[in-house]
Ligand binder design. Structure first.
Ligand code: 5AD
Ligand code: SF4
Length: 513
């Protein structure tokens, strides 16, 4: 399917007539295909095309003169990075950024669909923006990101949130100029959501959020289809960027003086599996990136299923790949893991952890856990607690299971009362807290390397930054050290952070170019 065909099926303008009726399709000026999770689930064999010729048409360039934009971002790093791309497009169109919703000429909500509460927050925010639209009808309000890929969300906005001017999906970001133009011209709701992913587009403009740390996409989409997860539907099939494009981007960031990059993908371990002409995986990419003169390299997120020995080997070599691995386990019980479709067992996960620890003795492991999966028993939950202790994670992000329409788990009957789920989550969080505190306590008296990011959130006079293992450190030092890696002696471990005394600025490590 080419861009024009996709567009013919899905770019539509909804006029605001007869809003109370449910069948919106007849009010679209063109053929309207709502986003479809069913369509999004299909995995075709078409080759991914790499578009390196992306350019913003000259005719759009002045569109933002004298106008401001504001993007509110929800959800994961992938979304944060998409926001940087959209900020790049806005800037190329002549818009300037603002933080103030009361003056912004375009307000975008870059949304997350992963859990119901994330979605509720967004609907609350769209509601809050109603008065802006009343006071300033010329202000454009847009909803993009993962929620826009869901048919139910699009229909709800069409029905109940007439203050929204544009809805566009995760595969349509590069078409922001066209979507904006349509919205200015039509005075009607513009909906452009492709259910099927598009090509990999290189050379999109970006305005990165900072000058010290940067996100670098290495792949898009996910083919794992864990039974609870909406991501494979909202982000499409796995598509890896070409190694050289990634390496060039990282080299460029290094030249610009960035100190840390995070390689991003929904499951970075799948990187390269779709590159049919070369044998090249995440291990190879990490090795190539470890040769680039950038002090710190992280990667996220890893699926335990395809974490290879080659990857362990490369991380164990040290260099700029930090010894911190985020390895979502989700549950410690085999039956739950099976229904989740995770394709590994408690035993194989523990074996992977054993191999990682053997090769990288000072590794910090963190994880994600879902509590209250449909029909989870007390005994199954306790196995999650015991696995947590066995691994000795340094931290975890813990979630109550949230039903996502369209996923296989949404069809499961559930016999666990919400109160029981909440009580389990509290127990797990207590354990996580104990282990996090213990992990921080062991730093007291040690000298650690900290990438100083700026003033601390609580005190302007205090600087803050993170260790290689992602521990937050607060310390006093001259402002000149911002953006540098410094040695700090830890004097006190708090519950969520460390306090230390500045020792010195580290000499840049020598990495072969
Ligand atoms: N309910 C609760 N948590 C979820 N996650 C993904 N989908 C759901 C869901 N439906 C969690 C997983 C994942 C993290 C990013 O979000 O733990 O690793
Ligand atoms: Fe990120 Fe997933 Fe949320 Fe989309 S649904 S923003 S991919 S966490």
């Amino acid at each position: 399917m080419n861009e024009e065909q996709r567009k013919a099926g899905t770019l539509d303008v909804l006029s605001r007539r007869n809003e109370k009726e449910k069948d919106y399709s007849k009010y679209f000026e063109h053929v309207y295909q709502p986003p479809s999770l069913k369509e999004a689930k299909k995995r075709g064999k078409e080759e991914v095309a790499y578009n390196r010729d992306f350019q913003i048409d000259e005719k759009y360039r002045g569109m933002g003169e004298g106008r401001t934009f504001l993007i509110k971002t929800y959800g994961c790093q992938m979304n944060a990075h998409d926001t940087e791309v959209m900020a790049g497009i806005f800037t190329a169109l002549g818009y300037t950024p603002t933080e103030d919703v009361n003056v912004a000429d375009v307000i975008l909500l870059n949304t997350c669909a992963i859990r119901e509460n994330a979605e509720n927050k967004v609907f609350g925010e769209i509601g809050n923006l109603k008065h802006i639209k009343q006071e300033r009808p010329d202000c454009l309000i847009g909803v993009c990101g993962c929620m826009s890929q869901e048919e139910s969300v699009v229909n709800k906005i069409l029905k109940s949130y007439q203050n929204v001017d544009m809805i566009f999906g995760t595969h349509n970001i590069h078409r922001l100029p066209q979507i904006l133009e349509e919205a200015y011209l039509s005075k009607a709701m513009v909906v452009e959501v492709w259910s099927k992913e598009g090509d990999v587009i290189e050379n999109l403009p970006k305005v990165r959020a900072g000058h010290i740390k940067a996100w670098v996409n290495i792949m898009y989409g996910c083919d794992k289809f864990c039974t609870y997860c909406i991501v494979p539907f909202t982000r499409g099939k796995e598509r890896s960027r070409r190694p050289q494009d990634i390496i060039d981007e990282v080299r460029d960031l290094a030249r610009q003086g960035y100190q840390e990059i995070t390689l991003l993908g929904q499951n970075v371990n799948s990187y390269g599996k779709d590159l049919n002409d070369i044998e090249y995986g995440l291990g190879d990419l990490l090795e190539d990136i470890s040769k680039i003169d950038i002090p710190r390299v992280r990667f996220t997120t890893s699926h335990p299923w395809d974490f290879t020995d080659r990857m362990i080997e490369v991380i164990a070599e040290g260099g700029n790949i930090v010894p911190h691995i985020h390895l979502p386990v989700q549950s410690g019980n085999n039956d739950v893991l099976k229904i989740m479709g995770r394709k590994y067992s408690r035993e194989s996960y523990l074996d992977l952890v054993r191999r990682i620890k053997a090769a990288i003795p000072d590794v910090a492991l963190t994880t994600d856990i879902i509590v209250g999966y449909p029909n989870e028993t007390e005994a199954q939950f306790v196995e999650t607690l015991t696995l947590y202790e066995e691994v000795g994670f340094e931290h975890a992000y813990t979630y109550l299971y949230s039903q996502r329409d369209g996923t296989p788990a949404a069809k499961m009957k559930d016999n666990v009362p919400t109160e029981v789920k909440k009580e389990r989550l509290q127990r797990l969080n207590r354990l996580v807290g104990e282990y996090s505190t213990r992990a921080l306590a062991q730093y007291e008296g040690q000298t650690v390397k900290v990438l100083c990011e700026g003033a601390s959130k609580k005190d302007d006079e205090v600087l803050a930054g993170y260790t290689e293992k992602n521990k937050l450190v607060n310390f006093r030092a001259p402002k000149e050290v911002i953006g540098k890696i410094v040695e700090v002696k830890i004097v006190e471990a708090k519950q969520f952070s460390l306090n230390g005394e500045f020792v010195s600025v580290c000499e840049p490590a020598l990495v072969t170019p």
